[in-house]
Design a protein around this ligand. Structure first.
Ligand SMILES: [Zn+2]
Length: 294
């Protein structure tokens, strides 16, 4: 019975994820948020190839570490959320919801580290080096980022005390959220302002993918915008038309072919400068930082 329930849950998630990806890809063609600079089809194939390698690496490096730790947390009732449940008597549902919330927060912290720690940024830069930002970028993570991140993920699960049910829920919710906010879909700005009160949206994440360092150092949340708001890293005041997507070091499509992208973390260290040596900046006066602009 339990297996059957899990199968149906997995099936529903699969349908939701594919459906969302298809709907976003369709909407991106009809109502693009930002003008595209590179060929969409070529980028999609490349990003899917990067994702395929990462999916294999995740199965080999992360899953064997994380899944047993989650089962152990449940079996031995250890970790922060189980401890809290013993102290306060909260329900299993509330404990799992808290675990999902804390996974979302600690993923925010990981994302900050992925930008701040030079070794981690070598891998994370691959994700940012996409010259356009759309739903396929959501799949473009270098396998090395997941391999070096596996111990962190393991620590998250063990310390928070994430049950298998909570882990699956977090993985599914996060993947849907990541697909959504990477998409290049123009939503009415009023709708996006409302959504941004709760979750990261395409315009917010577009600012995170800006070539300007100061803008890249904002909107690190992958789920709730609460974490960016709490840490003062929420930023909504950059017009999408003004954003140049990507990283300063790699501006030429010939620089971001599949072999180049896979080798990127092992090539020269990122400099934060364009090939001509200049550092991207933005000087114009801005609206208030939290004001979401079109
Ligand atoms: Zn990032």
């Amino acid at each position: 019975m339990k297996t059957r329930k899990r199968d149906i849950g997995g099936l529903l998630y699969g349908v939701a994820a594919l459906g969302l990806f298809g709907a976003l890809a369709w909407a991106e063609r009809r109502r693009a948020l930002r003008a595209e600079t590179d060929d969409k089809g070529t980028r999609a194939v490349r990003n899917l190839a990067v994702a395929g390698v990462t999916a294999v690496a995740t199965q080999l490096a992360e899953r064997p570490l994380v899944a047993p730790l989650s089962r152990r947390a449940e079996r031995r009732r250890v970790g922060l959320t189980y401890w809290l449940q013993r102290r306060t008597g909260i329900s299993d549902g509330a404990r799992d919801a808290l675990a999902v919330l804390l996974m979302d927060y600690t993923l925010y912290v990981w994302h900050v580290l992925a930008h701040r720690v030079p070794l981690l940024y070598r891998f994370h830069q691959v994700h940012h080096s996409d010259l356009d930002l759309d739903a396929s970028t959501a799949l473009r993570f270098h396998f090395g980022e997941f391999v070096v991140g596996a111990p962190y993920r393991a620590a998250q699960v063990a310390l928070i005390g994430v049950s298998p049910r909570a882990l699956t829920a977090w993985q599914r919710l996060t993947s849907l959220s990541v697909l959504f906010h990477h998409s290049n879909v123009r939503l009415p700005v009023e709708v996006e302002r409302l959504a941004a009160l709760v979750i990261t949206t395409p315009r917010l994440h577009g600012i995170h993918h800006s070539i300007v360092r100061d803008e890249q150092d904002s909107n690190w949340s992958s789920g709730l915008t609460l974490w960016d708001r709490l840490h003062g890293t929420y930023r909504a005041n950059v017009h999408q038309d003004d954003i140049e997507i990507g990283v300063a070091d790699h501006r030429d499509p010939a620089d971001v072919t599949l072999p180049r992208v896979l080798a990127m973390p092992f090539a020269e260290a990122p400099t934060g400068r364009r090939p001509d040596g200049t550092v991207p900046t933005r000087d114009e006066p801005r609206p208030p930082r939290r004001r979401l602009v079109p």
